[in-house]
Design a protein around this ligand. Structure first.
Ligand SMILES: Cc1ncc(COP(=O)(O)O)c(C=O)c1O
Length: 405
C-alpha cells in the first residue's frame, strides 16, 4: 500500500511558468471530448482547420511531397530550410514589396517561427505589445519565456482597427516588439494602410521590432489587396510570418516560415540568435518543404474556390448575426473567423460551456482571446457548409432565446 504522503511525493510537478500559459481554443475542447466519450456528436466551430470541413489539399502539393518521399528525402533538412524553398519564399516576399530581406527560414508552422523569434528576442521581464483580442499563441510563448504580453486594444467600434493611442501609451522602456496580426484572428479584420504606417512610425521612434503575422494574407474576402506590413518599412526591423497551413490547406504538414527584413547591421545579432535556435532544433519537416515552391508558384485555382465558399459563408454568418437578438458582429473581411458580440449579462465562458453541453455546438469564449472589460464575445469559424452553419445558427439562437437573452 502506498500512503497518501508518498503518493504526493511521487507526483511530477509541472513547471510553475506553465500557470500563465493559456490556449483557450483547444482548452475548451477538453469538455467536448468528455461529451464525445458519452456518445454525443459535437459540431466543432472552434478550430481553424479547413480540412475538418469541405476543403481539400490541392493534389499537386500532395504529389510534390509524395515524390519527395519516394525519392528518399527523409533525412534532416538544412536547419534554415531547403534552398529551393527559401528562394521561392524570398521571391514571393519581393513580389509583395518586401525589401532589405536579411534572412528567410522554414519552421514547423508559423507556431514554431513565433516561438523561436520571441525566444531569440525577449528577456524575462521585458514585454511585447500584443493585440487584444489576440490569437493566444503570442501570450502563451511570452508566458513561457517569463516575459509579459502588453495588450493594446483593437477598437470594435472602428471595425477592430488597432487603437493607436492605446498602443503608443503602452510602450515603455521594457517594450521590445509589436505584434500585428493582419488579417486578424479572432476578428477577421484587416488593418488600413494608414494604421500600418502609424504602427511602423511607433516602431521606428521607439526602436521596436515588428512581428507581422500574415498567415491569412491570401484569404481576403472582398477583393481588396493585402498590404504586407514589411513592404511599407524597409528601414524598420520586421519579421513576417506566413506558411502553408491555411491558404494551401495543409495545417497538418506543419510548414511555416519567417522573413526578417530591415537594416542589415542592426539586425545581425538577432538574425544570428534566430539561426542558433534553428540549428539547435535540427530542421523543419523535410519532405513537406518540397511543396513550398509548387504552392507559391504553381496553380492557385483552389484559392478562388476557397475564397468563394468563405465569402458566401461569411455573408450567411453576418445575416444571422444581424437578425438575431442578443448578437452583433463586425463584418470579417479576411480569414474564416467571426467574433460576434454577445449582449448578455452572464460571462461568455459560461455561455460557451452551456451552449456546448445543451446544444453540442463548440465555439470559443471571447475572454480566451482578451477583450475590453465589460464586453462579451465568442469566436466561431465559418468554415462549415451552409446547411451545417444554418443548423448551428438555429441551435445558438434557440439557446439564446431559452436563456432569456
Ligand atoms: C494568426 C495565426 N498565426 C499562426 C497560426 C498557427 O499557424 P501554423 O499552423 O502555421 O502553426 C494560426 C493558427 O490558427 C493563426 O491563426
Amino acid at each position: 500500500m502506498v500512503d497518501t504522503e508518498t503518493t504526493r511525493q511521487l507526483r511530477v510537478a509541472a513547471a510553475t511558468r506553465l500557470e500563465r500559459v493559456r490556449y483557450a481554443i483547444r482548452d475548451v475542447a477538453v469538455v467536448a471530448e468528455q461529451l464525445v466519450r458519452e456518445g454525443k456528436q459535437i459540431l466543432p466551430l472552434n478550430v481553424g482547420d479547413p480540412l475538418k470541413f469541405d476543403f481539400r489539399t490541392p493534389p499537386h502539393l500532395v504529389e510534390a511531397v509524395a515524390r519527395a518521399m519516394r525519392d528518399g528525402y527523409d533525412g534532416y533538412a538544412p536547419s534554415a530550410g531547403l534552398e529551393d524553398a527559401l528562394e521561392a519564399i524570398r521571391s514571393e516576399a519581393e513580389r509583395k514589396g518586401i525589401r532589405n530581406i536579411q534572412s528567410v527560414f522554414v519552421t514547423q508552422g508559423v507556431s514554431e517561427a513565433v516561438d523561436l523569434c520571441l525566444t531569440a528576442l525577449v528577456n524575462p521581464g521585458e514585454n511585447v505589445l500584443t493585440p487584444c483580442p489576440e490569437y493566444p499563441l503570442y501570450s502563451a510563448v511570452l508566458a513561457k519565456l517569463g516575459a509579459e504580453p502588453n495588450p493594446y486594444h483593437l477598437d470594435e467600434s472602428l471595425g477592430w482597427e488597432p487603437d493607436l493611442d492605446d498602443m503608443a501609451a503602452r510602450i515603455n522602456t521594457r517594450t521590445r516588439a509589436i505584434v500585428v496580426i493582419h488579417p486578424n484572428n479572432p476578428t477577421g479584420a484587416l488593418c488600413s494602410r494608414s494604421t500600418l504606417e502609424a504602427i511602423i512610425e511607433l516602431a521606428r521612434r521607439h526602436h521596436l521590432v515588428l512581428l507581422a503575422d500574415e498567415i491569412y494574407d491570401k484569404l481576403i474576402l472582398d477583393g481588396q489587396p493585402h498590404v504586407s506590413l514589411a513592404s511599407l518599412a524597409s528601414d524598420v526591423p520586421v519579421v513576417t510570418f506566413n506558411g502553408l497551413s491555411k491558404a494551401y490547406l495543409v495545417p497538418g504538414w506543419r510548414v511555416g516560415w519567417g522573413i526578417v527584413s530591415g537594416p542589415a547591421d542592426a539586425l545581425a545579432p538577432y538574425v544570428e540568435g534566430i539561426h542558433k535556435l534553428l540549428r539547435a532544433r535540427l530542421s523543419g519537416n523535410h519532405p513537406a518543404q518540397y511543396a513550398i515552391r509548387p504552392a507559391l508558384e504553381g496553380p492557385q485555382d483552389h484559392l478562388t474556390e476557397v475564397v468563394r465558399k468563405l465569402r458566401a459563408r461569411r455573408d450567411l454568418t453576418m445575416q444571422w448575426c444581424e437578425s438575431t437578438p442578443g448578437l452583433s458582429c463586425v463584418r470579417p473581411t479576411g480569414a474564416f473567423y467571426a467574433f460576434p458580440r454577445l449582449h448578455i449579462s452572464g460571462s461568455d465562458e459560461e455561455f460557451v460551456r452551456r451552449l456546448l453541453i445543451e446544444k453540442q455546438v463548440l465555439v470559443v469564449h471571447g475572454s480566451g482571446f482578451g477583450q475590453k472589460p465589460g464586453t462579451r464575445h465568442f469566436r466561431m469559424v465559418f468554415l462549415p457548409d451552409e446547411a451545417t452553419l444554418t443548423r448551428a445558427f438555429q441551435s445558438i439562437a434557440e439557446f439564446l432565446r431559452a436563456s432569456g437573452c
